[in-house]
Design a protein around this ligand. Structure first.
Ligand code: PLP
Length: 285
């Protein structure tokens, strides 16, 4: 694979980052994942806008001119011959060559910018979407700024491992009885024809796919309600689903062993998946 590190395109085996980088020592960094379908970038503008917001919230410098980031994405897609897959982008605060809790001087310390691709042939035709996923619920013990897309992914990773151990695919995190989000996706339930998903706040990541899906749902005259819902309400819902850049719209058919509806993907989730793939492809760059 060809990867990108701080201005250079290199074979992955030759790419290096300092062991003192604050991304490595302190999870002091942010990231974005953009899907590639048919060689084109999905929702790229949204991901770039969120990256800028994450950097601002953490007082981090921009690692490159934002116009250049599109070129870098495209060059990696080309160099690695990616038809369907992902581009991962990470910015960490870098280092001044030592370990210290205090941020290094931003005037003299450059952030570290890393990008690489992952090939996922047939990403949009993922057969899992036809049978749906099973989730467990776990307590949400993450920090209070989940709206910033940081690389602090230890607890979400543990959540996925707990799900796997329970014979399930993912975990929904619950705080004070209310679902916040999935380990790497936003969570939704459907009651009747109404789509319900938690409102934006610091409690959840402001999903780029979420924003697009809600816009398409409203354009299709579907009813959308942005409010918190409890895990008990979710178990009694007609259907459920999650959204993310890599899963698009993924039906959820079981929560903590309780089957939703008839235990197969719901009509609303299936329709939204179709609309999202069609519309976001049209707007792909
Ligand atoms: N919530 C969390 C915790 C995530 O990690 C992600 C994606 O990685 C999402 C939601 C979905 O965001 P997006 O649709 O921008 O991929």
């Amino acid at each position: 694979r060809t990867v990108y590190v701080n201005g250079e395109y290199l074979p992955e085996t030759e790419a290096t980052v300092s062991i003192f980088d604050r991304g490595f020592l302190m999870a002091d960094g942010v990231y974005e994942v953009t899907s590639v379908l048919g060689g084109k970038l999905i929702d790229f503008g949204g991901h770039l806008a969120r990256l800028e917001r994450s950097l601002n919230e953490l007082d981090m410098k921009k690692p490159a001119a934002f116009d250049d980031l599109l070129d870098i994405h495209r060059e990696l897609v080309r160099a690695n011959d990616i038809t369907d897959g992902l581009v991962y982008l990470q910015v960490t605060r870098g280092s001044d060559g030592d370990r210290d809790f205090v941020f290094p001087n931003a005037e003299t310390t450059e952030p570290t910018l890393v990008l690489f691709t992952q090939s996922k042939p047939g990403l949009a035709q993922n057969p899992v979407a036809l049978k749906g996923i099973k989730v467990i619920s776990i307590e949400d013990i993450r920090w209070g700024r989940r709206d910033i897309k940081t690389v602090q992914l230890l607890y979400p990773s543990m959540g996925k491992m707990m799900a796997k151990k329970a014979g399930c695919d993912d975990a929904w995190m619950v705080e004070d009885g209310y679902v916040t989000e999935g380990t790497s996706n936003n969570a939704y339930i459907v009651k009747g024809n109404r789509i319900i998903t938690r409102q934006l706040s610091n409690d959840i990541l402001h999903g780029i796919t979420r924003a697009a899906v809600l816009r398409f749902a409203r354009e299709a005259q579907m009813e959308v309600e942005e409010r918190a819902f409890t895990i008990d309400e979710a178990k009694a819902a007609d259907e459920a689903f999650v959204t993310s850049a890599s899963a698009f719209v993924m039906p959820v058919v079981e929560i903590d062993g309780v089957a939703l509806g008839d235990g197969t993907p719901g009509r609303v989730a299936a329709r939204l998946r179709e609309i999202y793939l069609e519309e976001s492809l049209k707007a792909a760059v």
